[in-house]
Design a protein around this ligand. Structure first.
Ligand code: URA
Length: 424
């Protein structure tokens, strides 16, 4: 068998066997398959798909490419939460310490930005000193000591995903149900959590744009979870507008801190309470209303924020040194009316162009840059009202391109729900 046989087979929309999938993953890791061949196969998968059996075989080959972490020395139910990726999605930064403050163990390995979407690890690295790498013994010790640790995916854990993820990011091969499902589930299975909660984003700022595609992705991941005897809950949530107001690494950390202090944006708070109460209800075996009250209490009494501070300090981060760019420019509305649409993906791309994400694998992130929206869908704006403030680094951005991301109309728009569905 050669990699060309495998590429040609998928190009012709044929089903790949388990042996062919294992051949691809092994060849990628031993260097016998070149990056351009990997990218060609990825594109064939994006265009022609994979069925459930192929997706499970791909997940399995990816898990077997590295170690599987044993978290049995951590007492209690270990929860892992993952998002399929969005713009302004800072949920992990808030949800993880909130749950940890309630005694729930968070042993989490997160990723970097992918395509136009941001990544938790890039956001955490905007906090000077924060260590995203830790050996397994220290990782487990920190979870046992303070209930929480968030690190980057260890190089030994699903190394196949690390390679594929970096290539997908820069070859336009991100938006594929089998590739997303196998990427997420291989990491979640290999990193050993008991309860896996996945926020599947839907809308123009998500990797998948329609509710049908998002549902199919959710069902695929729940099915893969079942195959490995794991409980997987998928929440389908809206990403047709950025979550919160801030887009960009340190800007998002600041907004997460505000939310933990009870002064965050309404949509961020709503999503946090929805996801957290679902997890608290499942882990503590209480009804959803009681779980919601517990979550609100942790925000209101400051314990969730204190846990955040304790966590960041334990990993070497210095919140006093968190910085955003001092150089900003505003974009103003050119007409009066209701904001009726936001091109969220384009705003994510603009943040990436500013330096908040990568265009090439070797690009360095500028943690201080990004965008802060002043208005969201349904807000009324007058001519010359500020729509967004852009925090600049050493890259330029066309203000007209930012303005073009906002649709303004005479009639009040229909607002979409934040949580569409839960699949488990
Ligand atoms: N998150 C992941 O970990 N992988 C994907 O492919 C998409 C989102």
């Amino acid at each position: 068998m050669t990699i060309l046989d495998v590429i040609n087979k998928k190009k012709k929309k044929q089903k790949l066997s388990k042996d062919e999938i294992v051949f691809f993953i092994d060849g990628m890791l031993d260097g016998s398959i070149a990056d351009y061949q990997i990218s060609a196969l990825l594109m064939a998968i994006v265009l022609n798909g994979m069925d459930l059996e192929e997706t499970i075989n791909l997940t399995d080959a990816m898990i077997n490419s590295g170690i599987v972490i044993n978290l049995s020395s951590i007492d209690g139910v270990i929860v892992d939460k993952h998002s399929t990726g969005g713009v302004g999605d800072k949920v992990t930064l808030i949800l993880a310490p909130l749950l940890a403050s309630l005694g729930i163990k968070i042993a989490k390995m997160s990723g970097r930005g992918l395509g136009h979407t941001g990544g938790t690890i890039d956001k955490l690295e905007s906090i000077p000193g924060y260590k995203v790498e830790m050996n397994q013994a220290d990782f487990i010790k920190q979870v046992n000591d303070i209930n929480i640790s968030v690190i980057s995916q260890s190089p030994e854990l699903v190394p196949a995903d690390k390679r594929l993820y970096a290539l997908r990011d820069v070859t336009g091969t991100v938006d594929s149900i089998p590739l997303i499902a196998s990427s997420i589930m291989s990491k979640k299975i290999a990193s050993g959590a008991d309860l896996i909660v996945i926020d599947v984003k839907v809308g123009n700022g998500a990797l998948l744009n329609t509710l049908e595609e998002a549902k199919e992705l959710a069902k695929t991941m729940v099915y893969i979870g079942k195959h490995y005897n794991k409980i997987v809950i998928c929440e389908l949530t809206d990403m047709s507008v950025p979550l919160g107001y801030a887009i960009g690494n340190s800007l998002e950390v600041k907004e997460a801190i505000n939310t933990l202090q009870g002064i965050g944006p309404d949509d961020v708070m709503e999503l946090i309470i929805s996801t957290a109460s679902m997890i608290v209800g499942a882990v503590k075996n209480v009804g959803i209303e009681e779980a919601e009250q517990l979550c609100f209490k942790q925000i209101n009494n400051g314990e969730a924020y204190q846990k955040f501070v304790e966590w960041i300090k334990a990993q070497g981060g210095n919140l006093d040194k968190l910085e955003v760019s001092e150089h900003s420019v505003s974009v103003y509305s050119d007409k009066a009316g209701y904001i009726s649409g936001i091109n969220t993906m384009q705003l994510g791309e603009i943040a990436r162009l500013l330096g908040a994400g990568r265009l090439k694998q070797t690009d360095k992130i500028d943690y201080k840059v990004g965008l802060v929206l002043n208005h969201k869908i349904g807000d009324y704006v007058d001519v010359n009202d500020e729509l967004v403030k852009i925090y600049l680094g050493d890259k330029d951005v066309k203000l007209s391109a930012v303005l073009a991301c906002f649709e303004i109309s005479d009639t009040y728009p229909k607002k979409l729900p934040l949580v569409y569905d839960v699949i488990n």
